[in-house]
Write a protein that binds this ligand. Structure first.
Ligand code: ADP
Ligand code: MG
Length: 337
């Protein structure tokens, strides 16, 4: 069946049935607005992300289930980066009328599985017919105990820079997929089904020891740049300390051009944060409790916002502070989130 046979309200009805209800949901899908509980002593976190076909994803190498997972996970990652707990999700969806309903169902299954995995609930959205590409707009609301949210602007000279997990896996998988190569299951999983570091973000924020935090979506250099600019400090990254997975290191031998990806690849969805050097053992212990390694990769220095890279010989060279800019890169579609 095609979407134009099922119709907008037929689709919304299916979404409503599958989304179910969750804790704190007084009214979910089906009214003019959702009615939701937030606890006393909590603050509300809200974030939204757009995904556009041929710009952020391509069905040539993306399964609809994985797309659903990723559309939710990248939003949960923003809540994780503030130290919050995701609660409520909204799904704006525009697809061409001749889309197979099975494809939408698969997308929804991936999205709802990821939503439920984090104890969140889909409570609303909007549905439209697109004249061309799929457009997916996900909004997430989360909660954080009052005063515990961690921003990008608190890094202080003398702090160290830490990152969770490994870097470059997703970008390497993407590079291989575009070249028609087959990445390992691990690398493909890191690209198609990123895991938002929600538990880690919460543990770090509740420790009160993290001075600034962001999730790595544009690439380590770009996202550290956001911390440096917001905090008004300089920073240094020690390239030889960047954490890479075994699969990444193995593929690097065949794809030497990929050496740059841990620094500039993006879509890692790891947490990048700063803290006093003396707090590192405690933070490592908290991370180990949620099963993730964290690695010290650099330091915050006094000075106007700029980033230095230290190579294996101890040489320090400046790195241009730029994030991924969708408009500056608009000539090259299907490239980056
Ligand atoms: P309105 O005309 O008030 O915008 P809609 O008919 O668009 O209402 O939506 C009806 C209900 O279905 C609302 O609760 C809305 O949040 C929900 N909804 C619509 N599209 C989606 C979607 N893609 N995912 C989740 N909920 C949806
Ligand atoms: Mg509507």
């Amino acid at each position: 069946m095609k979407l134009n046979q099922l119709g907008e309200f037929g689709l919304i009805d299916r979404i409503r049935q599958q989304a179910g209800s969750g804790s704190g949901v007084v009214r979910g899908i089906g009214d003019d607005a959702a009615v939701l509980e937030v606890g006393a002593g909590e603050q509300l976190l809200t974030s939204t992300d757009l995904l556009i076909e041929s710009c952020h994803f391509d069905f040539a190498w993306t399964r609809p289930e994985d797309l659903g997972h990723k559309a939710i996970a990248v939003n949960l990652s923003d809540i994780a980066a503030m130290g919050g707990t995701p609660r409520y999700l909204y799904l704006g969806l525009a697809c061409p009328g001749d889309t197979e309903v099975d494809r939408i169902e698969a997308f929804l299954a991936g999205a709802l599985r990821q939503t439920e995995a984090h104890g969140a609930t889909l409570v609303g959205g909007d549905t439209c017919c697109s004249p061309g590409p799929w457009v997916i707009a996900v909004t997430v609301e989360g909660v954080v105990p009052r005063g515990e949210a961690v921003g990008r602007d608190g890094a202080r000279p003398g702090d160290v820079v830490l990152v969770s997990g490994t870097l470059g896996d997703s970008a390497l998988a993407f590079t291989m997929l575009r070249k028609g190569q087959r990445p390992s299951a691990f690398l493909a999983g890191r690209h198609h089904r990123p895991e938002a570091r929600v538990e880690l973000g919460r543990a770090l924020a509740s420790s009160g020891r993290v001075t600034a935090m962001i999730d790595v979506s544009d690439g380590l250099a770009a996202d550290l740049g956001h911390i440096l600019r917001a905090s008004g400090t300089a920073g240094l990254v020690d390239l030889s300390s960047l954490p890479a997975s075994g699969d990444f290191r193995q593929c690097l031998q065949e794809n030497p051009g990929a050496a740059d990806l841990p620094l500039n690849g993006g879509e890692d969805y790891e947490l990048l944060f700063t803290a006093a050097d003396s707090d590192v053992p405690l933070l490592r212990k908290l991370a180990a409790r949620v099963g993730l390694p964290v690695t010290v990769i650099g330091e915050i220095r006094p000075g106007a916002p700029h980033l230095l890279l230290r190579d294996g010989h101890g040489r320090e060279t400046p790195c241009e502070l730029r994030g991924f800019d969708h408009f500056a890169n608009s000539a090259a579609p299907a490239d980056k989130v």
